[in-house]
Design a protein. Structure first.
Length: 180
């Protein structure tokens, strides 16, 4: 399916709007934001953490992040460490492609709230974690926009379905017939 059709009309400002109801430029902006978030989070952070989690869970390799999670007071520290790695990798991929976007972004928000609080308590810079948190929060609140798998599913569910019950009309004075 191609790009959403842009509609111009009397919706407040008369600007061209996409099928999501947002201005078309907002949908494009959300697409850029989601893909940029995916590239940065997975490329600079989540990809490595995912590999370490895999090595820990599958091959039993030591992983220092589990100790950090335990120091934060989380029960079942290994489980929460792996879930954190999944939120920063698989969750970022889901946000990037726009699949289960709000849920994935919400999980990432929770993960980075913990990161910001932990880094602030340790006197470390919170800038990077706070930026990831902010982007995930914006996406969780706004949704993915029209250029997303979620948007495609939403458009399909709103599209009219052909009726199987055609109206009954009389033709030429004869018995009633179904009109297709």
């Amino acid at each position: 399916m191609g790009a959403p059709t842009e509609l111009a009309g009397p919706m407040n400002d008369g600007a061209a709007r996409s099928l999501s109801g947002l201005p078309a430029s907002s949908d494009r902006g959300l697409l850029v934001l989601r893909i940029g978030f995916l590239v940065l989070l997975v490329g600079l952070h989540g990809g490595t953490r995912f590999l370490r989690a895999f090595e820990y869970a599958v091959w039993g390799e030591p992983w220092t992040f589990v100790g950090l999670v335990a120091q934060l007071g989380f029960p079942l520290a290994p489980l929460f460490a792996v879930l954190s790695a999944l939120s920063e990798s698989v969750g970022a991929v889901l946000v990037g492609i726009g699949l289960f976007t709000r849920w994935a972004a919400a999980v990432i928000v929770v993960n980075f709230v913990v990161a910001v609080v932990n880094e602030a308590a340790g006197g470390q810079s919170v800038e990077l974690a706070a930026l990831y948190l902010l982007v995930a929060l914006v996406i969780a609140v706004t949704g993915p926009g029209a250029y997303a798998v979620d948007g495609l599913w939403a458009r399909r569910s709103r599209s009219p379905r052909p009726s199987t019950d055609a109206p009954v009309v009389a033709r030429g004075g004869g018995p009633a017939a179904r009109v297709a």
